[in-house]
Design a protein around this ligand. Structure first.
Ligand SMILES: [Zn+2]
Length: 114
């Protein structure tokens, strides 16, 4: 499962980052794009499983979904692409050029104050 692999990658990155930090991890912020999006529910579950018995156990996971920009080929309008409603909001056509999807990124790690 995509989310499970991602969760393990994230936890490994956090643990590498946390080596020089004293407290436990309390909050993690991850961002992702639209095409390679994470499912929030599945990701929360995968994160919980991946963090069991680590210093990240019990940390709050936040997922930020970065919108994907699209440009309509018909009217040149720019809009935020929605996978479930891919039509241009101005002219209603579905023929558009997609911008670059945001990569999966570990944005912030918050540690417990000592
Ligand atoms: Zn349009």
């Amino acid at each position: 499962m995509h989310e499970s692999a991602v969760a393990h990658d994230i936890v490994n990155s956090i643990l590498a980052e946390a080596k020089n930090q004293p407290g436990k991890v309390t909050r993690v912020l991850v961002s992702c794009g639209q095409i390679n999006a994470l499912n929030d529910e599945v990701m929360q579950f995968a994160f919980e499983a991946a963090t069991a018995d680590t210093i990240c156990q019990g940390a709050k996971l936040e997922i930020k979904h970065i919108p994907l920009k699209a440009t309509c080929k018909n009217c040149s309008g720019e809009f935020e692409f929605d996978l479930y409603n891919p039509n241009c909001p101005k002219c209603g056509k579905s023929d558009c050029t997609l911008g670059e999807d945001a990569p999966l990124l570990l944005e912030e790690i918050e540690f417990e104050e000592d």
